[in-house]
Write a protein that binds this ligand. Structure first.
Ligand SMILES: [Ca+2]
Length: 495
């Protein structure tokens, strides 16, 4: 993938230009009615180029004319909603592979390394655009039958990231995972597509983990001192997806903890859902019934699997645990694949973006800060789309993801490069090379280097010693004689 992470240092001139443009743009009054939830057709012309930095900043530019107070806390959620909602497109979903959501996974959830664009008919390498893409039309013949980057499946393991066609409708293969469970706010399928069919949180995921471990439990760290279920006991390639008691909150509440490389992706999808679906500004033009639920993320474990419900303007659909999700956003920052998925959605499918993939720290401007296991609801800043760093944290102090390796990714627009973590490698295989050295070899190296460093001193010392012996013998009345054959003889001098 030809992308650079969009790390930003705008020059004063370009900042001034942007500011001028933003000043002219008032917040548009979006009026989206229920008809906006009709489904769209999947595109056959697909632009694989990532959005440029200026495109991303422009997308959020209506925030710039707001006061600082309107750009933090729940106000920021309220003000993001019209941006994310404007012109958003939805796709039909269901169990059939002919449904548009299934079809869209061929592109948005594609494993681009194992199934590169160059293998797709109609792909133009010079423009990085596909024309006339043919989606699959049946379970046994699914378009280009690509490998899929599925949630919960350990990366880099071939036999579990099988080609798409091998996983159709298989409960223990890949299925459609609602990262924000339908039963936590928008359970009634009869109410149309809306949140239920929003590709920002509707990902391809392993069916076993989806159905058994995640179910509709809150997300959170699992207490490993208590009994828990690790999906790895079912298949080794699912290791690290846990269901058990909450470590953070204690008590007997059950939570789901995904593998490390999925933690941030899931957190940011949940953050998006609240920014897109809330009633913070009061009544909404398109209404709850049109699939526009009222969602919030909480720290309290007051909801879990049980009788599902549909949220209303006064009853909120909830997800948690907030402080764990904030921590996951920090330890697993957006990688190249996640960034690319966001761009593919924006340019080809949903026509909207996940702001927390673009600006991960905005989550902390809304809900507060979570760092090193401690959590504070104190908001540390406010959104500033024209200057905030994109895809990396402002303080540059992102803890490395324990399961990831550092990779360079690039974007067509960036002015500088920054390392980001890629989660495409399994945890167990990464051992620092330094741990391979042994005490024996270190000791040998030390002895050799001592001789090398003191060679001159040793030679001088030997010469001085020989001279001293000759002088002492001479004083004592001895004479040293070396024969032609090289023998040394010491004789007493005659007086
Ligand atoms: Ca990740």
């Amino acid at each position: 993938m030809n992308k650079k992470i969009v790390r930003v240092s705008l020059s004063f001139a370009s900042a001034a230009l942007l500011f001028s443009a933003f000043s002219l743009a008032n917040i548009p009054s979006y009026s989206v009615d229920a008809s906006s939830y009709t489904v769209s057709s999947v595109p056959t012309t697909i632009d694989l180029n990532d959005s440029t930095e200026s495109d991303i900043r422009s997308y959020y530019s209506s925030l710039n004319s707001l006061s600082q107070n309107e750009r933090q806390g729940t106000n920021l959620l309220k003000n993001l909603k019209p941006i994310l909602k404007n012109g958003q497109k939805y796709f039909s979903y269901g169990s059939s592979a002919t449904k548009a959501v299934w079809q869209s996974y061929e592109i948005i959830d594609r494993d681009w390394e194992k199934s590169p664009a160059s293998a797709i008919s109609g792909y133009n390498a010079s423009t990085n655009i596909i024309t006339g893409y043919k989606y699959g039309s049946s379970n046994s013949s699914v378009g280009t039958n690509p490998y899929i980057h599925a949630l919960y499946v350990n990366r880099g393991v071939d036999n579990e990231t099988k080609a798409w066609g091998n996983h159709q409708q298989d409960q223990w293969g890949i299925n459609q995972e609602h990262i924000w469970p339908k039963s936590c706010g928008f359970d009634d399928d009869s109410k149309g597509v809306g949140a239920r069919g929003d590709l920002m949180h509707l990902w391809a995921g392993n069916g076993r983990v989806n159905g058994i471990n995640h179910n509709n439990y809150f997300y959170g760290y699992v207490d490993k001192n208590k009994s828990y279920d690790d999906a790895g006991s079912y298949a080794s390639t699912l290791t690290g997806n846990l269901k058990g008691k909450s470590k953070t909150k204690g008590g007997t509440y059950t939570v789901f903890e995904p593998q490390d490389c999925d933690k941030g992706d899931i957190a940011r999808a949940c953050f998006y859902m609240v920014a897109r679906y809330n009633y913070l500004s009061g009544s909404d033009a398109d209404g709850i019934d049109a699939g526009n639920p009222n969602l919030e993320i909480v720290n309290e474990l007051n909801w879990g699997p049980g009788s599902a419900y549909t949220s209303s303007a006064t009853t909120k659909g909830q997800m948690g645990i907030l402080q764990d999700l904030l921590e996951w956003n920090r330890i697993d920052p957006p990688d190249a694949w996640e960034i690319h998925r966001n761009n593919l959605l924006y340019k080809n499918f949903t026509n909207n973006r996940n702001p927390f993939i673009d600006y991960p720290e905005w989550a902390e401007f809304i809900w507060g800060k979570s760092e090193d296991g401690s959590y504070s609801s104190t908001v540390t800043g406010y959104a500033n789309p024209s200057n905030d760093l994109i895809n990396v944290f402002n303080d540059g102090d992102v803890p490395p993801s324990p399961d990831s390796s550092t990779t360079e990714v690039s974007s067509s627009s960036s002015t500088s490069e920054a390392p980001v973590t890629s989660s495409d490698t399994p945890t167990s295989s990464e051992v620092p090379p330094s741990s391979q050295s042994t005490p024996t070899s270190e000791s040998g190296e030390q002895e050799q280097s001592f001789f090398e460093q003191h060679k001159l001193l040793i030679i001088i010392g030997v010469i001085v010693l020989v001279v001293a012996i000759v002088v002492i013998l001479s004083i004592a009345g001895y004479r040293i004689k070396v024969s032609k054959r090289g023998k040394v003889k010491i004789k007493k001098k005659r007086k």
